[in-house]
Design a protein around this ligand. Sequence first.
Ligand SMILES: *Cc1c(COP(=O)(O)O)cnc(C)c1O
Length: 395
Amino acid sequence: MTDSYKDQHFATRAIRAGHHRTHEGEHSEPMFLTSSYVFDSAEQAAARFAGDEAGNIYSRFTNPTVRTFEERLASLEGGESAVATSSGMSAILSTFMALFSAGDHIVSSRSIFGTTRVLFDKYLAKFGIETDYVALTNLEAWQAAIKPNTKALFLETPSNPMNDVADLAALSALAKAHDCLLIVDNCFCTPALQQPLSFGADIVVHSATKYIDGQGRCIGGAVVGNSQLVGEEVYGFLRTAGPTMSAFNAWTFLKGLETLDLRMNAHSSSALILAKWLDEQPNVSQVFYAGLENHPQHELAKQQQSAFGGIIAFEVKGGKEGAWKLVNATQMVSITGNLGDTKTTLTHPATTTHGRLTEEARAEAGITDGLLRISVGLESIEDIQADLQRGLDKL
Ligand SMILES: *Cc1c(COP(=O)(O)O)cnc(C)c1O
């Protein structure tokens, strides 16, 4: 795959990379809604199936619209290869099924998306892949958890919902020293704000459902890395097992990528204003946002990220009762578990996204009963503040 835009800037590649215009001269990327492809002759069909001739056969294997999305995302993350998947979870599943085997061991941050933890503990464990969990920011704990059969370190940074930031360069060095892969879920920042491969990560996984779509329409995911691990091995699993992305969803995500840079910067600047404002509210006991100078990894976040992203966690006074009062007093923001949308969303993690954790695991993750997570959308910041003010006034 040649990226003819590789010397261009991020915003340009996000708009133009990956589209190979057809003989119709279309300006916008075409949507190829076709499950299979026809051949000129029996000879050509045989050559395609034998792998002697490049080209499309069947959309579980390749689809031009999906390919455009993959090439564009690979370009944005700075990876040789990307494959698109039906969801963020299938991106993670496909990575682990393709690259690891029974008897392998994984060290994971304990601050990961809840369903990823279920995937590791309930399903990968069933196939003999064991996972141990450590605190994201404790480098000694990562080191101590590595065993002779450890094959990968897995993390999200910043973490959900507490916004802890991992030291990607240090963890990448640790992974290399122990012959492991560093796998980073880059959902919160997207390549617009952070490119983990440039800090030495081997693989980036995405839930495209969040900021890559950015407008809450489609479920999808992706895996990015080198052409061996991702282009051959993860791709091989995908075309065999089939959790591939549909052309329609790929087209929607392509449109999302075109505005990703603008949106992520707008989400980040609104979130920074809101975090500072929340920090001054008497009924807010603590704000967790890496853009605040009092955040323990503020300096690290400044080195690794070009901005701090759109997600803020904050704790209100009055525990669960206080948090629910605030949620119920809002009139505009959406009460939903999703994030990364133009619409601001508000979540009470302890009773929703993290409700299935034991009380002990929740405490370990810092998720108190008064904690709220807000995914700051692109509405006017004054209106978002006014809506939260309604809730804060009730406490
Ligand atoms: C949502 C999410 C996922 C899962 O993605 P789906 O598209 O819902 O399957 C994985 N990781 C993170 C960090 C997420 O926020």
